[in-house]
Write a protein that binds this ligand. Structure first.
Ligand code: ZN
Length: 158
């Protein structure tokens, strides 16, 4: 069976960043619903389109097909007093941006009484390399299509 819209793809993927740091070791299979549901990166869907079980490939994705470019306007400065103690540079906190959207912020730097927060995805702006191995391809159930994600052992659990 070929990977087309509304198929569930079980695959192993190994991911490394541009410095060769391993982000995902590929040991655990993952299942996703193919066809633009946002279950996986657009560049991964492109690389797997029309392929079958057993297919393996290595692709390097530019930020536009991975986690997007960095947006420097997403860095904000907030008084240190608004934070719980123990905030560290490189740490992550959950909060609300100025549009009221819940987001994960990375603490960029702490300067005096000001904390600089970055709402970019930690992998934004990175070229990422993926080694993908397709284990299984099957038709999605109507329920999976309705939910917009894969069910089953390596999929979404309710
Ligand atoms: Zn579901």
């Amino acid at each position: 069976m070929k990977i087309t819209k509304d198929t569930v793809v079980t695959l192993r993927f190994k991911a490394t960043d541009s410095k060769g740091k391993v982000l995902e070791d590929g040991k655990t299979p993952r299942a996703y619903l193919h066809g633009g549901y946002g279950n996986t990166l657009p560049g991964i869907e492109l690389a797997l389109e029309n392929q079958e079980a057993g297919f393996s490939t290595t692709v390097t994705l530019q930020p536009a097909l991975a986690f997007g470019d960095r947006d420097e306007t997403l860095i904000t400065a907030i008084p240190k007093a608004e934070f719980p103690p123990g905030v560290k540079v490189g740490g992550q906190i959950e909060g609300v941006d100025n549009q009221g959207v819940r987001k994960v912020f990375t603490v960029k730097k702490i300067k005096g009484d000001t904390v600089h927060l970055d709402a970019n995805h930690p992998l934004a702006g990175e070229d990422l390399t993926f080694t993908l191995t397709v284990i299984e391809v099957r038709a999605a159930s109507p329920e999976e299509v309705q939910h917009g994600h894969a069910h089953g052992a390596h999929g979404h659990h309710h």
